[in-house]
Design a protein around this ligand. Structure first.
Ligand code: FES
Length: 143
């Protein structure tokens, strides 16, 4: 099979000269970790969001709370994305993992195209990936 050539904008050497855009850490704030809503009404996803917001946010990352990343059966879920980069959906996360989620997000934000070498990934990044989604194709209008 012959694969089509990548547009110049998707070739790493051409892309590395462009300024890197901010990465977004999506945090599912509705995750319940398979349990009923606690008496205080604060679900684990909301606790994870609060725990992450209480940490120092690494440069190049913004936080976006969302409702459900469709990974409900695996504990709390987050996703990392950036235009032109791979997107990762991570599950099985607990509120106690807040600092490590930010380590993973920092590694992602510092990477080219969202690809962190396997050996350099934090344990959470290596073990909790549910999905890895390729970058959307860029068009001449988005370059
Ligand atoms: S409620 Fe969090 S992934 Fe569905």
């Amino acid at each position: 099979m012959v694969w089509p050539r990548l547009p110049a904008a998707l070739v790493p050497s051409a892309r590395s000269e462009r300024p890197r855009m901010e990465a977004t850490l999506y945090i599912c704030q509705t995750c319940r970790m398979g349990a009923p809503v606690p008496d205080d009404g604060i679900v684990p996803g909301e606790r994870l969001l609060s725990a992450i917001q209480a940490e120092a946010l690494p440069q190049g990352i913004r936080i976006e709370p969302v409702a459900c990343l469709s990974a409900c059966s695996k504990g709390c879920a987050v996703a990392l994305g950036r235009p032109g980069s791979w997107t990762y959906v991570q599950g099985g996360i607990t509120p106690e993992d807040a600092a490590e989620v930010l380590t993973m997000a920092r590694q992602y934000a510092e990477s080219a195209e969202g690809v962190v070498p396997w050996r350099e990934r934090s344990a959470l990044f290596r073990k909790n990936t549910i999905a890895r989604i390729p970058p959307f194709a860029l068009t001449k209008d988005t370059l």
